[in-house]
Unconditional design. Sequence first.
Length: 487
Amino acid sequence: MPRFEINRMRSPVVQSLLVFALLPAALVVAAEPATWPQFRGPNSCGRALSTAPLPADIGPDRHVLWKVATPPGHSSPIVWGDAIYLTAAAGEKLVTLAFDRQSGKLRWQVEAPHRGLERIHSIGSYAQPTPTTDGTRVVSLFGSSGLYCYDTAGKPLWNKPMGPFNNDFGAGSSPILVDDRVILCQDHDTDSFLMAIDKHSGRTLWRTDRSEFPRNYCTPVIWTVGGRKQIVVAATLRVVGYDFDSGKELWTVRGIARTVCMTPVVGDDGTLFVASWAGGGDPTDQIVVAPFEDAAREFDADRDGLLAESEVTSGPFKQRFSQVDRDKSGKITRAEYDFFRGLFQKSRNTVLAVKPGGRGDISATHVIWQSTKLVPFCASPLYTDGRLFTVKDGGIFSCLDAASGTVLKHKRLPATGEYYSSPVTGDGKIYFLNDEGKLTVTTTSPEGKILATADFGEPAYATPAIVDGRIYLRTAGHLYCFGPPGS
């Protein structure tokens, strides 16, 4: 079994309490030690809670404690106690799986029934959202059929039907378990929402309409301010903080990208860090969309006042037709066109820091700093040791001073390609995994000294989990467990 590194003579319970007592306040909101309970671990921080040593030079044939074949899926592994959970698409079967942490042996597999599969991106998966657990329940989301809650033995407890959603890229945001409730945000081309669900019964506690937001993929984070929990979601053009108990909007920061695929992170001092990027939102590469009248003159061949997909033969809306056509009528109306034209006008790719304590529109009062250079797309930012690390497609590594936003380092990692997996850290090391299955391990120093590289030889989209000196990494066809010899 994995061991704690504080003192081998102490019991696991005492060791866990000691680790927990040393945690920064920003992390003591989501999980006990020795867990990785949701997407990116405790409160999506991406940081190992244990100080146990981790190997740097991991790879398909280095420091492998075990390796098992898995059905495909993009969801990330989560860990609680002696079990690992993930979801997968086994052919047309949508399944939640549990593995033994010590051996990798499959403990159970449960299928989520569905009538039809959702539409997904060409590189997407029917198992994209990461499950979540609190040690008594495991909750999975499939965009094809909804939420499913199981006990840790795989017994179904309840399910909440939903989907397929109005989005041809599929569902991607993950549920989280906080206190006695499941928090779920789903932003799609129509009918977007944030909701809280009783974890015991599956009953909806509240549901907040987010219909102003088209498709986004941010998993909510919890921001504890003044002793009260807030739910933070970054999405089209603004970051919003919601009251945990009621779902009512408390504050907003405007001036971000038109689509958000990343999840924010909370620093040790309570500062919130948000990154957002979408095509056409860079200061030097902004997409300007012509007025509807100009587009109609050029493309509306049948002069019906609508733009059919066959008519839009060029321009920024050609490749984004399904997004602009929010009601999926097959034609873009003036209202849909003007809505997206406005998004392109206001979209700003940025990394920003927000101080806690605001109410209402706090864009001008609580944003500490912003950075618009080399903003990442899907990989969420990582905070550790007073620094903020990001990785942009192409393998562009950035380190920013978390207090000021000053860029400390930009460089290109050996693994280029695209980054859907988010970086994670432990033991002074950061693990960056790209979509080709190529891994780069760096130090957490500003220069990000490269310690090791590896090539797993198959695609990878999931974010690794780090628990008690072990690294759990999922590729397209396998789940690996890495650790020091004898661990």
